[in-house]
Design a protein around this ligand. Structure first.
Ligand code: SF4
Length: 466
């Protein structure tokens, strides 16, 4: 599975906003490594810089110094919809209105075809669902609406997941879909007595890195508008239900461990997942190890609860960007080896409990188990800190169709045999929910098939990419 974008928006008169945005995007690099971009407003003009590659590759110091002004939005991208080439990198720009506007989007719309049809737009002429939203907004602005009005008109007919930042002349808007699928939070630069500006970002560590204070999360359906006068808020869209539907995989896998989501630190919830996983069954073993990164805190929790010592068994190469598409098993094994290397002395002759966050196709896990056995592991007992992944995601995560989801088509023992582990066990849905302590406030559709929002195609059919 791949994350699907990080967004940032900052308004801070007198501060070097492009460098602040750079640091915030750098903290969100894990949410998208395909491309990065930034848009600033100054002298009645919006300037956009974006390209394929990591944040540090796209922005040189000279580029950042040229991106002056008090207003900025930024984006890191992994494409779940549309083209992966640089033209689809974000922010997306349209020239409609006083100085035009630029938009960055984390999420995935589920009714892009209907939206395009209704507006008489050839969907194939759009670079992505975000490009389509920008086009629809531009039309409303050209019809005489303000950008805020345009956002209300367009997003009220958009379905799916969106945490969006939009830059226009002298303002940054940040809006979240009525379910709150993807995270978005607000922070203050400076102090309440002497405020220096405001920041919105996908995850709270992006606030920490620029020295901002976390204020609160943007509510489902809410739009905040930041100007040099401060922050205003409107409930742009009616919340979809009385309970939020934050993606449960933000806790399991996507978000950084130091991120706070709905008041819970992700690292702590991952440890609890491991503790509860250990309570489900007992298998004798010599060492509990986690698959970096998100499997590690869960492994620590497992070790604590089981009394089996925690140890490190895999070293991760931290400098891997977008991994290559690995269509066959040999290439997939090569891409696992590129990313992870076993600590042979910790593994040889040992009975291992290996904690990982999820199994999607199963082929990567299969390659991992083989690598551990080749390194001399005596037994490999796989423990997974999410329940079986049975249904595709339509809300901003890149997952295969049902046909390719291992758990959708195989029993537990068939999966164990396919992967090559000695034993295999998944955390139960009840235990996952209880680890997160937000019962009913998370989307878990890929585990249950209970989609909280309309999906674009009949369940089980293709994802409807274009
Ligand atoms: S379907 Fe799964 S991955 Fe997608 S938003 Fe819901 S919980 Fe997250």
């Amino acid at each position: 599975m791949k994350e699907a974008c990080g967004v940032v928006g900052i308004v801070a008169p007198g501060r070097d906003v492009s460098h602040l945005c750079y640091d915030a995007l750098y903290a969100l690099q894990h949410r998208g490594q395909e491309s990065a971009g930034m848009a600033t407003f100054q002298n009645e003009q919006i300037t956009v810089v974006k390209d394929n590659g990591l944040v540090s590759h796209v922005f040189a110091d000279t580029t950042l110094r040229a991106l002056a002004g008090s207003f900025v939005i930024g984006h890191t991208r992994y494409s779940t919809s549309g083209s992966a080439n640089w033209t689809a990198a974000q922010p997306v720009f349209r020239s409609a209105g006083r100085s035009g506007f630029a938009l960055g989007h984390n999420g995935n719309l589920t009714n892009t075809f209907e939206l395009a049809d209704k507006a008489g737009i050839q969907v194939t002429s759009m670079l992505s669902d975000s490009d389509l939203v920008a086009e629809l907004l531009a039309r409303e602005v050209e019809n005489g609406h303000s950008l805020s009005e345009a956002l209300s008109l367009v997003l009220s007919i958009a379905e799916g997941a969106f945490s969006m930042v939009v830059l226009e002349a002298n303002a940054v808007h940040a809006v979240r879909d009525p379910y709150g699928f993807r995270p978005l939070c607000l922070g203050l630069l400076g102090t309440p007595e002497e405020p220096e500006g405001w920041i919105v970002a996908s995850e709270s560590p992006a606030l920490d890195v620029v020295g901002a204070t976390f204020i609160r999360e943007i509510a489902p359906g809410e739009m905040v508008t930041i100007t040099t006068s401060g922050v205003t808020s409107v409930q742009l869209l009616e919340p979809a239900s009385d309970k939020q539907k934050l993606c449960i995989f933000e806790f399991v896998y996507f978000a950084r461990p130091d991120t706070y989501l709905m008041g819970h630190q992700v690292h702590t919830t991952r440890r609890r997942m491991g503790e509860l996983l250990a309570s489900q069954s007992h298998v004798p073993a010599d060492i509990v190890m986690g698959v970096p990164d998100s499997g590690v805190p869960a492994a620590e929790g497992y070790a604590k609860a089981s009394g089996i010592p925690f140890g490190y068994g895999l070293v991760k190469n931290r400098y891997i960007g977008r991994t290559f598409i690995a269509p066959d098993q040999n290439k997939r094994a090569a891409s696992v080896r590129r990313k992870l290397n076993p600590l042979r002395e910790n593994i040889e002759g040992q009975r291992l409990i290996v904690v990982d966050d999820s199994i999607v196709r199963g082929t990567t896990t299969q390659a991992l188990v083989k690598m551990l056995r080749d390194a001399g592991a005596k037994e490999v007992h796989l423990r997974i800190s999410s329940p079986p992944f049975m249904w595709p995601c339509y809300f901003g995560i890149d997952t295969p169709t049902r046909d390719d989801l291992l758990a959708a088509n195989h029993s537990l023992s068939e999966m164990n045999e396919f992967i090559g582990s000695d034993t295999l066990e998944f955390i139960t849905l009840e235990n996952l929910r209880s680890a997160i302590q937000l019962d009913g406030e998370c989307c878990d559709a890929c585990l249950t098939g209970n989609y909280p929002a309309p999906t674009p195609v009949a369940l089980g059919a293709s994802r409807g990419r274009w």
